[in-house]
Structures are given as structure tokens and as C-alpha cells.
Design a protein around this ligand. Structure first.
Ligand SMILES: Cc1cc2nc3c(=O)[nH]c(=O)nc-3n(C[C@H](O)[C@H](O)[C@H](O)COP(=O)(O)O)c2cc1C
Ligand SMILES: [Fe+2]
Ligand SMILES: [Fe+2]
Length: 390
């Protein structure tokens, strides 16, 4: 497959992988993208996961059509991309490996390369001439690993963006849905670092983005950058309310459903997620999308019911910020869920609690419904954006 006349796609589509990075469920697998730039010199842009080794080597050989590769540029050493570095170095002994200081430290952690393998050490702003193509290296530390670097092809205005702008494979939905889940869960914690790279990218004319997962992005590049600007600054995309609920016996869920109806009746956009039945990665993506969140949970052994505990710990691990949050707890012995949830979230920046929080004891009573009505009003006043940002 040609990306342009001189750039070929040699990646692999792993249709059968069930969990990405050991935790994110995949509905349609994932691609490990790899590219080849054909010029007077030939550069390979990254390898693939070991699950794709044979298919990648075959793609590579076919694309080479009898020539030999001159460079292997390693943007990212995470094993879904770096797994075949050693195999490629063995197969093409004249090929030089291009990376930064941290890339080579990691290469030596994963492999024992032959002493004859040549290494080209690059740093921010260095260039590599292939003939017509001039490649410029742009360090992207902690997006989302320390050694990550991007490569800008000055000749064709293409950004090889490493994992950034990647997505899980899904041609049944628009890019945005799985791209959001991918970004928020995998890169979400590193907003500041993403912001720094976006600043550098702003100075470049980018006609195309070649990420390490998902489709090559060719049109309306500004919209993808805009999403990354929002996510990296923890800015909601839309006015709306995520109600995340963890209920043992269903009474808290009943409250969450009543609240959802009250808000929807007033024209609010609401998504209600049952944390016991929805993988946390989807709910993290919802949290990044909307401007308000309601956390509704049963009390559990002096704390909060486990699916909610897991969710808020994920929010914390993503360094989640800048939202209005309301709390509903249920407890029949000594309600403890609200306190436990707040204790975890208190250290995060820019969270505004929409008080008063609600406590339900067992089944819903008339007064609980009244409290939910009051909370609905508070939530409607707590919106921080009036219209869709993108
Ligand atoms: C394993 C377990 C632990 C519980 N721990 C607490 C607790 O620490 N404090 C409390 O007030 N209620 C506790 N409860 C009682 C629940 O809060 C009560 O069943 C309530 O109705 C849960 O709301 P739900 O129907 O939405 O699950 C516990 C219940 C179970 C099954
Ligand atoms: Fe990665
Ligand atoms: Fe990756």
C-alpha cells in the first residue's frame, strides 16, 4: 500500500488481539504501523509487535524489491513497535539503527545487538538526508514513554508521530471514538508533555500524519490537532454529564437512572455507565469528553464499592483535571462511599465539587427523589461550557 509515491505502508493488522497493553479491550484489533521511505537511501520507520513479525518481514521484503534498507528509525521502543529491531538488524546487517540516547538504552535492555550493528545517534532538530527526503527529528519525551521521538519529513510535510494520533482499529465508527479512548487511557497522564510537542508541531506545515496505530491521517489535520489540544489540557469537548455508577444491589443505580431522566428532560446530554459492566477505559474516555461527572456508588466495607474505586484510581492515574463533580452514595450501616471517593480525588487539580452530596440509605424514598431533583438543578448550573468545542 502506498502512502505517497515514495512512502509505502508495511505495517500489520492484528485482528485477533483481545487486550491492548494487557488491559484495554479491543473490538476490532489494532494495527502496528510501519512505513518505508524509498529514496536514494531507504529508511524503515519502526518495526512491529512480535505477533506481527512474519507478516512484517514479508511486507518489508516485498516493498524492498531486492534493495537493502539503509536506516531503521526507531520512534518508540515499546514492544508493540520495537519487538523486531533485533531480527531486522540481523537480517539486514548493513542497516543503521537511528535513535536517541534513551532509545539505545532501551534497545540494550530488550536486546543484545551484534557489535557490528551501526548506531546513528540523533537529538532534537537533527536531520537525516535520504536523497530528496530530509528527515528532521523531534523529541517527544513521555508521550508516552521517555525515549519517544517523532520524525518530520520536510520534503513531503509528513509527521511520523509515534503513538500520538494513533487509534485502535475500528472502521465501523469514526476515528474520534477509539482515538479518544486510546489517547485518554494510554497518553492521558502526560498532558503537559503532549502540549510541549504540539507547540513544536505548530511551527511545521503538516499535510499528513503517519501514526504507529490506526489510519494515516490525510485530511483536515487541524481537527486532529484540535482534539489533542483539548485532551492534553483536560478541557471538555462537549457540554454533557457522565453518570458513572457502581451499585451492589441496584438501589444506587435506580437513583442514577432517575437523575439521568431528570437531566435529559431538561435537554442535557447524559451518558449513564454501569461500572460493573463497562470496561473502565470507555468511562475514562467519557470523563475526558464531558464537562460534568456524577459519581454514584454503594458503600463497601468502610470504603467505596470496588468498580468505583477502580474507576477513580484510573482518573487519578490519568492526572485528570478541570471538571465539576457530584457525588451520590448509598449505605445502610455507616455510609462511607462519598468520603472514600473524595479522599482519592482531593489531590487532583481543578475539580469543583457540586455540593451537597447525596446519601441514600437502602431503598429510595420520596425524600431521596427530592434530593435528586435538587442535585439535577445544581448540576445544570454547574456546566462550564455552553457549546460544543470542536
Ligand atoms: C460486601 C458489602 C459491604 C458493605 N459495606 C458497607 C459499608 O461499609 N457501609 C455501609 O453503609 N453499607 C455497606 N454495605 C451495605 C450497602 O451499602 C447496602 O446494601 C446498599 O443498599 C447498597 O446500595 P445498592 O443497592 O446500590 O448496592 C455493604 C454491603 C455489602 C454487600
Ligand atoms: Fe506506546
Ligand atoms: Fe503503540
Amino acid at each position: 500500500m502506498n502512502v505517497t509515491d515514495s512512502i509505502k505502508y508495511i505495517g500489520v493488522y492484528d485482528k485477533d488481539l483481545d487486550l491492548f497493553e494487557g488491559q484495554y479491550p479491543l473490538s476490532h484489533g489494532v494495527t502496528y504501523n510501519s512505513y518505508m521511505i524509498m529514496d536514494e537511501k531507504i529508511a524503515i520507520m519502526d518495526t512491529v509487535d512480535r505477533r506481527g513479525k512474519d507478516a512484517w518481514l514479508a511486507n518489508l521484503e516485498k516493498a524492498l524489491a531486492g534493495r537493502n534498507p539503509d536506516y531503521l528509525i526507531v520512534s518508540h521502543m515499546e514492544p508493540d513497535h520495537g519487538a523486531c529491531v533485533q531480527i531486522a538488524a540481523k537480517k539486514y546487517p548493513h542497516m543503521k539503527i537511528v535513535g536517541n540516547v534513551k532509545t539505545f538504552t532501551m534497545i540494550d535492555e530488550y536486546f543484545e545487538l551484534n557489535d557490528q550493528t551501526k548506531r546513528v545517534l540523533v537529538k532534537e532538530g537533527d536531520t537525516l538526508e535520504l536523497g530528496k527526503h530530509i528527515l528532521q527529528f523531534m523529541m517527544a519525551p513521555m508521550v508516552h514513554w521517555p525515549e519517544v521521538m517523532m520524525t518530520y519529513d520536510q520534503t513531503e510535510n509528513i509527521l511520523f508521530s509515534a503513538d500520538a494520533f494513533g487509534t485502535f482499529y475500528d472502521d465501523t465508527h469514526p476515528w474520534i471514538n477509539e482515538a479518544r479512548r486510546y489517547y485518554t487511557n494510554i497518553v492521558g497522564k502526560y498532558g503537559l508533555q503532549v502540549k510541549n510537542v504540539l507547540k513544536k508541531a505548530q511551527k511545521l506545515k503538516i499535510d499528513m500524519i503517519c501514526p504507529l496505530h490506526g489510519p494515516v491521517l490525510k485530511e483536515d489535520i487541524a481537527q486532529y490537532i484540535r482534539y489533542y489540544e483539548l485532551w492534553s489540557t483536560y478541557t471538555p469537548e462537549e457540554s454533557g454529564i457522565l453518570i458513572a455508577c457502581a451499585s451492589i444491589h441496584g438501589h444506587t443505580m435506580e437513583a442514577a437512572q432517575i437523575l439521568a431522566s431528570l437531566l435529559e428532560e431538561q435537554g442535557e446530554k447524559v451518558i449513564l455507565r454501569d461500572l460493573s459492566r463497562t470496561d473502565v477505559s470507555y468511562v475514562i474516555a467519557d470523563a475526558f469528553m464531558y464537562d460534568r461527572i456524577v459519581l454514584a456508588a454503594s458503600s463497601y466495607d468502610g470504603g467505596v464499592f470496588c468498580p468505583m474505586e477502580q474507576f477513580i484510581h484510573h482518573l487519578k492515574s490519568k492526572n485528570f483535571q478541570n471538571r465539576s463533580i457530584a457525588f451520590i452514595e448509598n449505605g445502610t450501616w455507616a455510609p462511607s462511599a462519598n468520603k472514600a471517593m473524595k479522599e482519592v480525588l482531593d489531590c487532583l487539580k481543578g475539580l469543583d465539587y457540586m455540593e451537597p452530596s447525596i446519601t441514600i440509605r437502602g431503598a429510595l424514598k420520596e425524600e431521596s427523589v427530592e434530593e435528586l431533583k435538587s442535585l439535577a438543578k445544581i448540576i445544570m448550573e454547574g456546566g462550564c461550557i455552553d457549546e460544543v468545542c470542536v
